[in-house]
Each structure stands twice: as structure tokens, then as C-alpha cells.
Write a protein that binds this ligand. Sequence first.
Ligand SMILES: NC(=O)c1ccc[n+]([C@@H]2O[C@H](COP(=O)([O-])OP(=O)(O)OC[C@H]3O[C@@H](n4cnc5c(N)ncnc54)[C@H](O)[C@@H]3O)[C@@H](O)[C@H]2O)c1
Length: 311
Amino acid sequence: MSRILITGGAGCLGSNLIERLLPAGNEILVIDNFATGKREVVPEMPGLKVVEGTIADASLVDRCFDEFSPEVVIHSAAAYKDPSDWEEDAATNVTGSINVAKASERTKVRRVVNFQTALCYGRPDRVPIPVDHPERPFTSYGISKTAGERFLMSSGIPVTSLRLANVTGPRLAIGPIPTFYQRLKQGKSCFCSDTKRDFLDMDDFFSVVDVVLQPDAPTGIFNVSTGESRSIKDVFDAVASFLGITIEEPPPIVPPGEDDVPEVVLDPSETERVLGWKATIGFEETIHRMLFWYDEHGVSDVFSHLAEPKN
Ligand SMILES: NC(=O)c1ccc[n+]([C@@H]2O[C@H](COP(=O)([O-])OP(=O)(O)OC[C@H]3O[C@@H](n4cnc5c(N)ncnc54)[C@H](O)[C@@H]3O)[C@@H](O)[C@H]2O)c1
């Protein structure tokens, strides 16, 4: 049982963690500006308080830390929605992370868990990408998240930064899986970019967070992935097969865009060795779980297990 402050708690990963950590008896404070998160998924209820605001505002962050006295911080807030809005990415991902680091240090937080994007590696020299691969971000999101992670790691508090594969689970509403699901159901055509990614099931994400939340868990930077490289065409085939659709014309495979990276697959071997954690759910099962969820709830980032059922 802990007091856990979650930045970006109304987002996909934050809200899934809340649905898991709240029933376990933790007390949670969320700071979110709802830039991409949804208020409906974090309804105020006993044990859960939500503050609307930006982590770029140092006085708001300080006030939340002083009033709530968190023991643990899960730093999940990030800005990325407009790649040309460098100012917002820097305000949230750099200044916001500095504010979280300083407030955590000042109020003697026991541990901070940060989530990092694989885009910190830029265009990698090799795949799977080892955790000691040089950082070469080249997008606004990647550059600002890299700086944010560095500031956090330079602070005097125990920080664990998890560099995540594509986490797949409830409320995932962007990317190839929901896009193919929706378009194929509507009889629309699809195309696949000629890229490869790794996909991580939400339950495997939960299990690594459980490990790093332990008071004596190692700190540092870890790749969190299955290490399994899958093409976007593999995703298309898995969705079509789940829906029982026979594809007469295979979808066109288009070259990756200029700011895209052809293959992003993280090497989890150091994480497995140091944390004793290993992903257990493979690609097909992860995709199937996701598609069953869409069958039940639709492609939506709004449904919450915490909210009152509508009927
Ligand atoms: N989902 C993944 O597969 C994945 C992979 C790699 C890294 N990550 C990282 O995990 C974290 C969570 O990602 P997500 O997929 O849940 O994204 P998300 O967009 O669903 O969640 C981010 C949340 O941060 C909030 N936010 C944005 N700017 C803010 C600000 N200035 N102040 C307060 N709140 C703010 C948004 O409203 C949103 O609720 C991010 O740090 C992201 O970089 C996620």
C-alpha cells in the first residue's frame, strides 16, 4: 500500500495502471492536462484524486507533492501529438520531467518510475537494440524525451526508466492494430508500411512495473520488450485472420516515411538478467487479446473499468 503520484494518469498506460493499483489499496493522485488523456477514464473516487494541470507548471507540481507526499512517482505524462510543436514537447517532456525530478528529490520520494520511448535510439545500428546502444533521437518527441530521461537519471533519487516496446492493451486507439481492425470491418482498403516493430502485452507491462515498484528493486535504464520483431504486414494478417476475412488482393507495402524508422525492436536480455523479468505473452496472443477487447468495447480510448457502467 503506497501513496502513488501518477503524471499523465488519464492516458493509456497511466489509466491501465490505475485500474490495477487502485483496487490493490494504493492511494493515487493524478496530474494530467488531458492533452491526449481522457477525464472519463479517471473518475474521482475514494483513493483517486485528479488534478487538472500541466507538469510544466513548477508551482502546481510542488503543491501536489507537498499536499499528497507521494512515496512513489510514476512519470507517464508526455507530449507528442504535434511533431512541429517543439515548445510543447520541451515544456512537458523536458521542463515537466525536471519539475517532477526536483519535487521528488525535495520531498524525498522513495522511487520514480519513468517511461521512455524507443525513439531515443533514433535509427539504430543494429536490432534488437541493446540498452547501451547510443542515443540518437531525431524527432521532437524523441529529443525531448531523451533530455527528460537524462535529467531524471541525474537527480539524486532512485529512478527506474523503462524503455518500452509498443504496449498493447485496453484503450489502445492509435497505430496499426485498431486501424486495420476498423478498416477491415468496414470493408475498406488498407496499406502496410514496410516497417517492423515489437509488441508488448499490457499484462507483461504490468508485471515489469510490479518488479520495479518493489522497494529493493534495481534502478537504472531497462529495455522492456519481447525482443520479437514483427512486420506491419504480420499485424494486418493477424487482424484479417481474427476477423475471418479472406484477402483477395494483398495490401500494398509502402516504404517507410522520411521520419520513420524501418525496424525498432528492443533487446530485453539485460532486463531479463538484472530484473529477473521476462515477457510471457507472444505476438499472436497479444493481438488476439486486443481484438477481443475491441469486439467488446469498440475502438475507444474512453471506456474505463473504474467508471459506472452506462446501462
Ligand atoms: N504506450 C506505449 O506503447 C509507449 C511506448 C513507449 C513509451 N511510452 C511512454 O509512456 C508514457 C505514457 O504513454 P501513453 O501511451 O499512455 O500515452 P498517452 O498519450 O495515452 O498518455 C500521456 C498522458 O500525459 C498527459 N499529458 C500530456 N502532457 C501533459 C502535461 N504537460 N501535464 C500533465 N499531463 C500531460 C496526456 O493528457 C495523457 O493523459 C509516455 O511517457 C510515453 O512516452 C509509451
